[in-house]
Write a protein that binds this ligand. Structure first.
Ligand SMILES: Cc1cc2nc3c(=O)[nH]c(=O)nc-3n(C[C@H](O)[C@H](O)[C@H](O)COP(=O)(O)OP(=O)(O)OC[C@H]3O[C@@H](n4cnc5c(N)ncnc54)[C@H](O)[C@@H]3O)c2cc1C
Length: 454
């Protein structure tokens, strides 16, 4: 059995850890923070990308397209929510209109052939609340929505229940070469392994240097977003995309699987890798763009704002490479599409190991732990009479806005990768993520997290 450490328990590292452990390897998943999925994987736009706009011939184009398909294949087993809403890419001026043909050509070059031209009247028929001025657009029927929180927590859980060791609050701080492997120093002690996979997101370049490589430098690209109340959901059915530029996919308006509407993200290159706060300038700019795209959106209540940092580098593709002589795999710079591609990256890592003869006996009966049901289109525990009859804790609503029950909060604190703080409970249950942002329920949920009687 090959001992493999995966550094970073975001979507990418968790997916790799899960795939490696299912392939029969001895995996240690090492995460700096106190919880999994608490880096970029928790703060993004939650689009299930087809990869229609990826650059042909890139790793990203191949892995997003494959990842899209793999997410769909695993969704039922993991109880992940994917909504194939379709996206409408809108041209708002002549220059953008003129570029629609090249976007279709790009999609065809990456193997996605379902993009359709829409006349302006067809755009408005599909999205009647759009602002004036659309000249036409494209329908990308397979773009959709996903729930990034359940995907990353599900994959970390999958790794753990199938035998991986998860170390949290365990930043990798030093690396020592030993015969055929490494002695890793982490915040949770030493780990001896044969191979290391670097999936450290925003710090993947720093970790790369610990292994004597110097292949890229991360410059965080901050994306700020505004979450509108669920009453705004009636205004939009598709993901409304702009015509992308060289640096960003641009500001979009999108429903979420939880029934809200997102406006964002911005794209600003910054230097502080921890600057995940929003800015007045960023939010003002978004509101201005939102007013043009979907004017009525601005009459709706804002539930929350947040920002995520894309792990952008000087390269326009993923920084993914295997170094056989070093027993080291770099999976860095996964900028804007890593939730959609994570399963494909993981599949590729396993197959590259196999090609090198690093193979083991795959698990014959891997365990699957379905994620809690968080999406609006499913039967949630508070409405499930049979479940409540079995366990009245599912009838006791702890978070009124998101209708999260005491039973779900309790489960999140006892799960195989339990929440350790209120943010962890939020991402596992949606408690405190609703209209009141924890004003009503925060104290009760905090008490439960701290083991006091809620
Ligand atoms: C604004 C925005 C919008 C986006 N929209 C989408 C979208 O719609 N669809 C989509 O598919 N993708 C989207 N993305 C991209 C997606 O979020 C990322 O590609 C993905 O989350 C990257 O996952 P990761 O595991 O590489 O990184 P992360 O989630 O950041 O995980 C890396 C982990 O490594 C840990 N770590 C770092 N250093 C160390 C160390 N020394 N020791 C141990 N652990 C360490 C970190 O704590 C972190 O948890 C978006 C991103 C942003 C910012």
């Amino acid at each position: 059995m090959t001992r493999i450490a995966v550094i970073g328990a975001g979507a990418v590292g968790s997916a790799i850890a899960s795939a490696l452990v299912r392939a029969g390897h001895a995996v240690t998943l090492i995460e700096a923070r106190s919880d999994v999925g608490a880096g970029t994987s928790k703060a993004n736009t939650a689009i299930w990308h087809t990869g229609f706009d990826a650059k042909p011939g890139t790793l990203e184009a191949r892995l997003v397209a494959r990842g899209y398909q793999l997410l769909a294949e695993r969704a039922d087993e993991m109880n992940w929510v994917l909504e194939r809403t379709g996206a409408i890419l809108v041209a708002w001026n002549e220059e953008q209109f003129a570029r629609l043909g090249s976007i279709i050509a790009n999609a065809t070059a990456v193997g996605y052939t379902a993009v359709e031209h829409l006349r302006a009247d067809e755009v408005y028929a599909a999205e009647p609340h759009l602002g004036p001025g659309a000249l036409g657009g494209l329908l990308v029927p397979d773009e959709g929505l996903l729930d990034p929180w359940s995907i990353v927590i599900g994959l970390a859980t999958d790794a753990v229940v199938n035998g991986a060791t998860l170390l949290r609050s365990a930043p990798l701080t030093a690396v020592e070469s030993i015969p055929d492997g490494y002695l890793l120093t982490t915040g949770a002690g030493h780990v001896e392994v044969d191979w290391v996979v670097n999936a450290a997101g925003l710090d993947s370049d720093h970790v790369d240097r610990m292994f004597g490589e110097d292949g890229f430098t991360i410059t965080p690209r901050r994306g700020e977003l505004i979450v509108f109340d669920k009453l705004a959901r009636r205004l939009v059915d598709h993901v409304i995309l702009p015509v992308p530029t060289a640096t960003t996919k641009g500001v979009l308006v999108s429903p979420t699987v939880y029934g809200n509407v997102l406006l964002g993200p911005t794209a600003d290159d910054i230097h502080d890798r921890a600057a995940t706060g929003t800015t007045q300038t960023g939010l003002d700019g978004l509101l201005e763009k939102g007013r043009a795209i979907l004017p009525e959106l601005l009459d709706e209540e804002v539930t929350a704002t947040y920002a995520g940092l894309r792990a952008a580098s000087e390269h326009s593709d993923y920084c993914y490479e295997l170094f056989p002589a070093k027993h080291y795999v770099r999976v860095g710079g996964i900028r804007s599409t890593g939730i959609s591609s994570c399963l494909a990256i993981a599949e590729d890592v396993v197959s590259q190991f196999e090609e090198l003869g690093i193979r083991s006996q795959p698990l014959t009966n891997p365990v699957s732990v379905p994620m809690p049901t968080l999406a609006e289109d499913r039967l949630r525990p508070y409405a499930d009479a049979d479940l409540i009859a079995e366990d009245p804790a599912y009838g006791d609503i702890a978070c009124l806005c998101e209708k999260v029950t005491l039973g779900e909060v309790r489960d999140s604190l006892r799960s195989p990768v339990p929440a350790v703080d209120i943010d962890g409970v939020r991402r596992r249950t949606r408690a405190v993520a609703g209209r009141c942002q924890g004003f009503h329920c925060g104290a009760r949920i905090s008490a439960l997290v701290e083991g006091r009687d809620g």
